[in-house]
Design a protein around this ligand. Structure first.
Ligand code: G4P
Length: 526
């Protein structure tokens, strides 16, 4: 197959949802369809959304699971699908945002009884910022759900995206009979105890009198009137507006019963975008360019903690990867021969021989690679758009064993490089600060310090609430601000000066008094 064909058949996406909506369940069904797993239950262990902190750390300890499910690849109808996992727990939302920079589209899964929930809303905002195309799956129709029109309405109003139903539910809960496939004009049966008709597809136009026999006259009348209403209320699916992130095709089903998932997957491989161009600081990179480019969106500790080996996940943007090729790590300017890049199949990891745009390869690394780094075959490029967020929670790490201070710094630096938290070095003194968006991040770091670095530390509360990166075109003004606020200015891992304040109010005041300095809450990783 040519490079262009290989690229065109790639579909790289992530699932966004609120915990408990059914992400794990649908992931499993997708993998089953793709033949990547043979047995339901394989992905279950990964479900982290509803776990308490202690459970989550336990899961983190079993790092084998999280590394190998970070990317799940499978084939469907000739397409090579890469599903990128996102952490379930909202305390790790920063990780999720970064994963969303590495996909070309997303699948939103809703619990149909609950509609749009808080975390879905936050994640959809990120998708909208980037105009990421989104497909929607309304799950759990085997239970009492919101009225489907209400559901559409809440998606449109709360998420600001037009809906285009692709299927339409016939009943719900106990009376759930299946869906009407609007594209193929057919009833897809959920189940029929007597006839065992699950997933049977019967082509029937809505006006066909036989519909009454198949689903009962009452359900048929209701469906007819709903479809009529729909025709007036909803524009038809428009692949162009979907690809521009303006319209979301909507499917109904019950993931746990493996219902409605196939229709979704068929439509997904047909319409979801192939690998897209990506912006760099200097130009756009098109996927069909012949030379390799890619960026790191995630770093994760490797399977074996004793090795301190970490894996950098690189999204390929252009060209192709072939085993043994030399890649330039642009930030350091070093060329590296890559012999052992890893690709991911649902549960197994294999050495990559070849990979194409849209694919994710894992590079082993001992600390030289950071999130946001670019790899090329020599060109001096820097991919942009990988965000870092100013933390809102702060702790000071205090050692329980004072002789371990070197290990503590090393551990904290490495964990911060993985993106587990922000690490701040004071301009004067030794008091490292940690910053995070969710408190679970501190728990995970504390437990990993102990397990992987043999360092026992506690994290003390500190009276800080806000951090901002400081930038200015006026170096003199910046230097002066830093000099007069030495006790409040820290350096982050990349050496960027960061102002840390006791309160949001104090932060805003400082910003208003120093108009020549930009106080940044979000930043592209340098
Ligand atoms: P998540 O990853 O988004 O957090 O959700 P997950 O798939 O784990 O699903 C959350 C709960 O919802 C699970 O139930 C799961 O079985 C259930 N569920 C998923 N899809 C459907 C569906 O289509 N219909 C119904 N009725 N339930 C569904 P649980 O009882 O919390 O866990 P478990 O005991 O099943 O493991």
């Amino acid at each position: 197959m040519s490079h262009a064909q290989e690229t065109a058949r790639r579909r790289t996406f992530a699932i966004i949802s609120h915990p408990d909506a059914g992400k794990t369940t649908i992931t499993e069904k997708l993998l089953l369809f793709g033949g990547a797993i043979q047995m339901a239950g394989a992905v279950r262990a990964r479900r982290a959304g509803r776990h308490a902190a202690s459970d989550f750390i336990e899961i983190e300890k079993q790092r084998g699971i999280s590394v190998s499910t970070a990317v799940m690849s499978f084939e469907h109808q000739g397409c090579a699908v890469n599903l990128l996992d996102t952490p379930g727990h909202e305390d790790f939302s920063e990780d999720t945002y970064r994963v969303l920079t590495a996909v070309d589209s997303a699948l939103m899964v809703l619990d149909s009884a609950k509609g749009v929930e808080a975390r879905t809303l936050a994640l959809m905002e990120v998708c909208r910022m980037r105009d990421t195309p989104v497909m929607t799956y309304c799950n759990k129709f085997d239970r009492e759900s919101m009225d489907p029109f209400e559901l559409m309405d809440s998606i449109e109003k709360q998420l600001g995206i037009q809906t285009a139903p692709m299927t339409w539910p016939i009943g719900m809960g106990k009376d759930f009979q299946g869906v009407y496939d609007l594209v193929n004009r057919a009833v897809v049966f959920y189940q029929d105890a007597q006839k065992g008709r699950k997933n049977d597809v019967v082509a029937l136009a809505p006006e066909d009198p036989a519909l009454d026999e198949w689903i009962g006259p009452e359900a048929a009348a209701k469906l007819r009137s709903e479809l009529e209403l729909l025709e007036g209320a909803s524009p038809p699916f428009d692949p162009e507006s979907y690809r521009r992130g303006k319209q979301t095709p909507v499917f109904f089903g019950s993931a746990i019963n493996n219902f409605g998932v196939k229709e979704l997957l068929d439509c997904f491989v047909r319409f979801a975008p192939a690998p897209q161009p990506r912006a760099t600081a200097t130009r756009y990179v098109e996927p069909d360019e012949p030379t390799f480019t890619g960026f790191v969106f995630k770093i994760q500790a490797n399977l074996d903690p004793s090795h301190r080996d970490r894996m950098a996940f690189v999204r390929i943007v252009s060209g192709e990867y072939n085993r043994g090729m030399k890649l330039r790590h642009v930030r350091s300017g070093r060329d590296m021969a890559i012999n052992n890049a890893t690709t991911f199949l649902a549960r197994d990891r294999t050495v990559t021989e070849q990979a194409f745009p849209g694919d994710i390869i894992g590079l082993h690394n001992h600390g030289a690679i950071r999130i946001g780094d670019t790899f090329t075959e020599g060109e001096d490029l820097k991919f942009t758009g990988i965000p870092s967020f100013a933390p809102e929670l702060f702790r000071r790490a205090r050692l329980l064993d004072p002789l371990k201070s070197k290990s503590l710094v090393k551990g904290l630096e490495q964990l911060a490089e993985e993106g587990a938290a922000q690490l701040y070095r004071p301009i004067d003194g030794q008091d490292y600060l940690l910053g995070a968006l969710g408190s679970l991040q501190f728990d995970v770091i504390q437990s990993r310090l102990q397990n992987e670095y043999n360092v026992r530390a506690i994290f003390e509360q500190v009276p800080y609430q806000a951090a901002r990166w400081l930038f200015s075109d006026d170096q003199e003004a910046l230097d002066k601000f830093i000099a007069t606020n030495r006790d409040r200015v820290y350096r982050d891992l990349a050496d960027n000066p960061t102002f840390i304040a006791n309160t949001e109010w104090a932060m805003n005041y400082a910003a208003s008094q120093n108009p020549k300095i930009r106080f940044l809450k979000t930043m592209e990783i340098q």
